[in-house]
Design a protein around this ligand. Structure first.
Ligand code: ISL
Length: 561
């Protein structure tokens, strides 16, 4: 081994990361309201998830992440909770939930719930009490401040609004909201709030769930004194403030440490060094995180930048904390449209991204529909869009004088609704999603792109994802292998080696739409390598370690010594 390899292997020894079930898992995200509608009300529901568990099992995912289904006025599709202990009627009943847990368990599928504890709905009884008067016992459960001569307490924006403050005439104060007006932030400085949240977490964990995806968890701490921001448009001041780790350490000590569970934190605007503080195995806070250096800050594909991000996060976390790998979810448009080619090379590019996400260091997440190459969508009217973030932004820009048509065109590509159109199960009416009227339009390409078609095609994306998941289970190098890039000088290629014990994995891919001939470094003898998976049917033979990669071609080789 050369010096670098010796150093990495030493680090691995010294910081020997424990092998765990969640590190070896592939997570499938179920945005239940768009997954499958069992009762014809136009919304997907928990019974619909039960009916499709065999589909998820066939794919091979180990864990399901369910987006929030607690009682909610649904202003932000469940991320505005008004009762943490009950289930939104359109999602189903507690009995449905308990049956879902039983049925998932029978199939050895674990379930993690999405938990929103940075804020509640403004219709939560806690907030109604807090809002009722300045001396209500729950006043301090939320964040109230005096205005500045009829102006908000400071110049901050929120994620979804021009101001992070909403005036309440009744008590002549403003309340703080990191997201929509309908989502007032809880005051985590208040110990009563924290204890109440921890009790609620135990309630769900005692029902047998296997963990939480923790929504906007890095926002729990707010900065001392709420000073004005130099640049209010850069909303990173909302997150990762001093004190957040105290809350997470306490949350772990009072809740997580009592269970064998997975916690994944949604942690935007952090560097690898800052991100490690959330997931360092010696710090006992969270197991892993979603950072958003790609999805929030890379509007279109930039391979050079992506390589640099992956390298920094590997060097920042490896041997100490666990990363997550994803390129789309319910907040970010569909990867094959945003980063791949959803026309001529939809299948090849979809497979290329899948192979990359499942062979990079960290836990891969599959967002529902990604496994059949569902694409982004373009609705012709703002009225067809549902997402509060998009509608608020549309109104803000139009009120500022921009042309509505131009604003719609500007917002369409990154609208969160791109990934929230219902799953396309077959080519029947409403794509087999509902017998009713779907809550949001179905993507018109459902006749060509649907599950039924994918299951009948042995070369479909679905079976490619299935095989990738099988490979991760068969070869531990996919999970625990270190990471060393090669061929860095080839700007259209992404190639890396991962080594664990006697297994070495070679991932090599061509991100361009031209053929690329590449010489494999002498350290790798392809004649000793097994081609585990590729995304082209016919596989060109290699000569003297020289291979030609076609547009979006990806190959994964295994070398066992
Ligand atoms: O959507 C984003 C910008 O593209 C993300 O930054 C996202 O808004 C942010 O990371 C927080 O997302 C989470 O909390 C929101 C909710 O609307 C999102 O669906 C959820 O993923 C408020 O609860």
């Amino acid at each position: 081994m050369n010096y670098e390899e010796k150093k990495t292997s030493f680090l691995k020894e010294v910081f020997s990361m424990k092998e765990t079930w969640w590190k070896e898992s592939v997570v499938y995200q179920v945005y239940w309201r768009s997954f499958y509608d069992s009762d014809g009300d136009g919304y997907g529901d928990l019974r619909g998830v039960i009916e499709k568990l065999d589909y998820i099992k066939n794919l091979g995912a180990d864990v399901i992440w369910l987006n929030p289904f607690y009682v909610s006025p649904d202003k932000d599709n469940g991320y505005d909770i008004s009762d943490y202990y009950s289930i939104m009627p359109k999602a189903g009943t507690m009995q449905d939930f308990e049956e879902l847990m039983e049925e998932a368990k029978k199939r050895e599928i674990k379930v993690i719930m999405d938990l929103v504890v940075n804020h509640t709905s403004n219709e939560h009884p806690w907030f109604k009490e807090s809002k009722s008067s300045k001396d209500n016992p729950k006043r301090d459960w939320y964040i109230w401040r005096d205005g500045d001569h009829h102006n908000p307490p400071n110049n901050w924006r929120s994620y979804f609004c021009p101001s992070a403050w909403e005036y309440d005439e009744n008590t002549d104060q403003y309340y703080f909201h990191s997201f929509a007006v309908e989502q007032p932030d809880l005051n985590w400085e208040n110990e009563e709030v924290r204890e109440e949240i921890y009790n609620m977490m135990h309630f769900w964990l005692k029902k047998g769930i296997n963990g939480f995806r923790l929504d906007a968890i890095a926002l729990l701490a707010k900065p001392e004194g709420y000073p004005n921001a130099e640049n209010p448009e850069d909303i990173s001041y909302l997150t990762n403030n001093p004190g957040v780790h105290d809350y997470l350490e306490e949350m772990n000590e009072k809740v997580f440490s009592h269970y064998d569970m997975l916690t994944v934190g949604e942690v935007a605007y952090v560097t690898p060094k800052e991100g490690l503080l959330y997931v360092d195995e010696n710090r006992k806070e969270l197991n892993t995180l979603f950072h958003f250096e790609v999805c929030d800050e890379m509007p279109t594909w930039d391979l050079k930048r992506f390589k640099e991000i992956q390298k920094r996060w590997y060097e920042g976390l490896w041997g100490k904390g666990w990363n997550s790998q994803f390129l789309n979810n319910h907040d970010h448009t569909r990867l094959v449209t945003r980063y791949g080619n959803d026309a001529e090379y939809r299948i090849q590019s979809g497979k290329l991204f899948a192979a990359m996400l499942h062979s990079l260091p960290g836990m891969p997440y599959i967002y529902q529909g990604e496994e059949i190459g569902m694409t982004g969508v373009r609705f012709n009217s703002i009225d067809d869009y549902n997402d509060i973030a998009m509608k608020n932004k549309f109104n803000e820009l139009v009120e500022n004088g921009q042309d509505p048509e131009d604003v719609l065109k500007q917002l369409q590509p990154l609208s969160r609704d791109n990934s929230r159109t219902p799953i396309q199960w077959n080519d029947s009416e409403h794509a087999g999603f509902t017998k009713g009227t779907p809550w949001i339009n179905i993507n018109p390409n459902y006749k060509e792109i649907n599950v039924e078609e994918a299951l009948q095609d042995e070369d479909s994306l679905f079976y490619y994802y299935k095989k990738l998941i099988e490979l991760r289970k068969k070869y531990k190098v996919f999970v625990y292998g270190d990471f060393k890039t090669i061929l860095e000088e080839k700007e259209n290629l992404y190639a890396y080696l991962r080594t664990y014990n006697n297994e070495t994995l070679l991932f090599i891919s061509n991100f361009s739409e031209d053929n690329e001939t590449v010489e494999i470094p002498a350290e790798i003898n392809l004649s000793e390598a097994d081609l585990l998976i590729s995304n082209y049917k016919e596989n060109r033979t290699e000569t003297e370690n020289k291979i030609e990669l076609r547009p979006y071609e990806a190959r994964i080789y295994l070398i066992q010594r």
